[in-house]
Ligand binder design. Structure first.
Ligand SMILES: O=P(O)(O)OC[C@H]1O[C@](O)(CO)[C@@H](O)[C@@H]1O
Length: 546
């Protein structure tokens, strides 16, 4: 048994979960007209309603006690102070320092982090302005019109998600494209309409060793140099963002074109660093700064608000409750805002790469459920695809519904229709409809008894499906920054409660290593006899069918 399971609050939550499993939220709402007021948090730019969860005051108190007993606040202080809380990699976790709105020195191991960050922001601003204003010229003297960010995982998902979400705020000075997949189909399609003399590539890779990114970057260099017939053109068309300057330079990127990254910024938390260069190039530096300011607002809230009123902490506690104690195995992220169409993909990496683990930070097997698998889609599209499952399958999938009060691209009649669905779905998932009501409804519609007997059981919605509703005032750089930071801190709190090392990702290494071996076997047509028979037969089939 892990030390977590011996905590008084943990034991209490286990008992409460047994009790709650037999309750319906409809009863909880009927018993307490103050539920919304008790179980919601309003910040200046967004609201969280978590009342549609199978909780009551006693549950919330026990969850808060769990946060106390697991010392969430102490760990939070350690993270913000730059202690090496990423234990397996012996690193600090300081993405929050990237958005600190202060000139005060922040010394970590003799280095002034504030100075590093401010210098980098200043370099980014100069570079961004130069490109956007047409002063950075390509090999033939033409201005840059297109930016191609080459990167994968954290070096792609964050920047691309933000670029998509804030498209409305782009003035079109440059067009931004993203290449992440090593499938040549993606880079070929992206490059096809572009003119090499007007393209600037950003090779984004913290390690500068990621095979997929290196392969795409090599292809991009070849594409450029075969058009320009001049290897020196790389200096005018390639910049890199990396913590591995040496590799970037031996790859052919000029030293002055390399933006730093630091080991205290995890890949999936890095959009606030120069990894966000493509965002700044697209929106302009002032909007990038607003994004940082919004994240800082959330940092301040996370640090200062009591846990009971703490947006990210409550999100984490509800997730722990639904998963670890009530047994849900997945969670849906359902944005009702077209701009957030990449949010689910972004959160899949953020949450699952951080906390999808089964060994505690002491190296012991964890025998309780940790984080759910994250999936989802834009809400409206999901409604016409998988909501049947959310409403009526035997698996309960807690969901975060995320919408905005004001559309940034208002088209008459659209936003109201969208949001009517947003509100209706969380209501339907919670309230449901029982057989008696279904039968009465069918009868009122004049259906005969045979029809009612046949159809009624199929129309029952049990309801009682948990949801959080997050309502932003509108999608803008500042509010988006706050939303992303809220999820980052949620992930952190979840990791602390569940005793998980949230900031490493050892689970991605095995597959990477095997892929490198298999790639060399395929290249030399020498399939190893050491593989299991499924893998070796597949490889032989693949080779012979080529
Ligand atoms: O920025 P890099 O070093 O290319 O890594 C890209 C991504 O690959 C991963 O290491 C997973 O393989 C992620 O954690 C990271 O965001």
């Amino acid at each position: 048994m892990s030390s977590r399971q011996t905590l008084a609050s943990w034991k209490k939550l286990q008992l409460l979960a047994q009790d709650k499993k037999s309750q319906h939220m409809n009863t909880l709402f009927a018993q307490d007209s103050e539920r919304f007021n008790k179980f919601s948090i309003e910040l200046p730019n967004m609201l969280l309603d978590y009342s549609k969860n199978l909780i009551d005051t006693e549950t919330l108190d026990a969850l808060l006690a769990l946060a106390e007993e697991t010392k969430v606040c102490d760990w939070r202080a350690k993270m913000f102070a730059g202690e090496k809380i990423n234990k397996t990699e012996d690193r600090a976790v300081l993405h929050t320092a990237l958005r600190r709105q202060s000139d005060e020195a922040f010394i970590i191991e003799g280095e002034n982090v504030t100075e590093h960050v401010q210098n980098q922001l200043a370099e980014m601003e100069i570079f961004v302005n130069k490109v956007r204003q047409g002063h950075w010229l390509g090999y033939s003297g033409k201005r840059i019109t297109d930016i191609v960010n080459i990167g994968v995982g954290g070096s792609n998902l964050g920047p691309q998600m933000v670029t998509e979400a804030l498209k409305h705020y782009s003035d079109g000075s440059v067009n931004v494209h993203y290449v992440s997949n090593v499938d040549g189909a993606q880079i070929a399609e992206v490059l096809r309409p572009l003119e090499p003399e007007k393209v600037l590539f950003i090779v984004s890779s913290k390690t500068f060793t990621t095979t997929e990114t290196m392969t795409n970057a090599r292809t991009a260099i070849n594409w450029l140099t075969s058009a320009s017939f001049d290897e020196n053109s790389v200096a005018k068309h390639f910049v890199a963002v990396t913590a591995n300057k040496e590799n970037a330079m031996s790859f052919g990127i000029e030293e002055q074109n390399i933006f730093d990254m630091w080991d205290w910024v995890g890949g999936r938390f890095s959009l606030w660093s120069a990894i966000g260069l493509a965002i700044a190039l697209d929106l302009g530096f002032d909007k990038f700064e607003e994004l940082l300011a919004g994240a800082h607002d959330m940092d301040q809230h996370f640090i200062n608000a009591p846990l009971k009123e703490n947006f990210p902490a409550i999100l984490a506690l509800i997730s722990v409750w639904n998963t670890t104690f009530l047994g849900s195995q997945s969670q849906a992220i359902l944005p009702y805002d077209q701009t957030l169409h990449m949010l689910t993909a972004y959160l899949q990496q953020a949450e699952m790469e951080s906390n999808g683990k089964s060994v505690s930070w002491d190296g012991d097997e964890i025998d309780y459920a940790t984080v759910p698998s994250i999936w989802g889609e834009l809400g409206i599209n999901g409604q016409h695809a998988f909501y049947q499952y959310l409403h009526q399958s035997n698996n309960v999938v807690p969901a975060d519904f995320i919408g905005s009060v004001k559309s940034v691209t208002p088209v008459k009649g659209h936003h109201e229709t969208l949001m009517a669905n947003f509100f209706a779905q969380t209501q339907a998932l919670m309230v449901g409809v029982n057989e008696e009501q279904v039968r009465a409804d069918l009868k009122a519609k004049g259906r005969d008894a045979d029809y009612i007997d046949k159809v009624a059981p199929h129309k029952v919605h049990k309801g009682n499906r948990p949801t959080n509703t997050i309502l932003l005032k509108c999608i803008n750089p500042r509010n988006l920054g706050s939303l992303i930071a809220a999820y980052e801190h949620k992930i952190f709190v979840q990791g602390i409660i569940l005793q998980i090392c949230s900031f490493d990702q050892w689970g991605v290494e095995l597959g990477k290593g095997l892929a490198a071996e298999i790639q060399s076997e395929l290249q030399t047509d020498n399939i190893s006899a050491q593989h299991d028979c499924s893998t070796s037969s597949l490889l032989k089939f693949y080779q012979s069918a080529k």
